[in-house]
Write a protein that binds this ligand. Sequence first.
Ligand code: NAP
Length: 298
Amino acid sequence: MTDPASGLYFGRVALIGIGLIGSSLARVLKRDRLAGHIAVCARTHATLDAAAALGIADSTTTDPRQAVTDADLVVLCTPLGAYGAIAQAMAAGLKPGCIVTDVGSVKSCVIADVGPHLPDGVHFVPAHPVAGTEHSGPQSGFAELFEGRYCVLTPPSGTDETAIDTVTRLWRQAGMIVERMAATHHDRVLAITSHLPHLIAYTIVGTATDLEDHLKLEVIKFSAGGFRDFTRIASSDPVMWRDIFLSNRDAVLEMLQRFNEDLTALQRAIRWGEGQALEGRFARTREIRRGVLAAKQA
Ligand code: NAP
């Protein structure tokens, strides 16, 4: 049955990876009856069994090629470091006209790692739904995850417009606002809005963990003072974030360099008691929060 509102329907969808993002998308596909069959691929039987028990997989396999056979839509939802090997393994199973897309948090590397493996006649539309939580695994997903958030498509030039339109409609159906961008631009924007904040959170929580024992106890006790928010971000999946930093090396290092310079300027202002400089900086950043609230992205 085609969804009457969107006119969107796929005979067979293959989801490679069924963690937070893959399982949330599977829930949308099920809720809106957008797929005749959802084939799910993961590394472990424990994950596949969990997906089947949740009712979000019609068939399961650890073999990417088997999952994509006869699929109209393939969505890569694994950590970025696995993409190249998966693309290679599934390539021979892809049927002509099939759309391959993904949800990875970095985009230039996806085009480099996946693109060369795809046969002629298969359409490749890289995508990044900018929505998430610190949780992982199929049980942590929920269909509403994507609502009101942005999804960035980074199709290489020459990509079939009908395929781009289909992926656009898929994410709109999930409640997202869809934008198109060059992959390199996406990677610079996300380096500052997502990757650097995670790096800072991982650093500050690590610094606190290395403190002497008696101080460490107080850190937990008084965490509501701001530290708590960092611990939430720093509890995100270690493999996923390892891959994001390694895949977006240049952009992250560029933003980190700028951050270090600004941090040094603040350090100097504190050392020399330059209250006006501090206040000016903090007043300016307060405006950014107002902008985020106004854009309903808080
Ligand atoms: P997740 O919850 O950790 O799930 C990862 C899934 O990938 C699991 O089902 C895992 O299966 C599977 N997997 C790992 N290696 C595989 C392989 N070699 N072959 C087949 N399946 C494999 O991860 P997630 O949070 O959904 O993130 C997935 C992707 O979404 C990442 O690329 C990430 O950059 C992107 N993303 C994440 C967020 C977020 O906030 N989490 C937001 C936007 C985009 P097993 O359990 O069997 O290993």
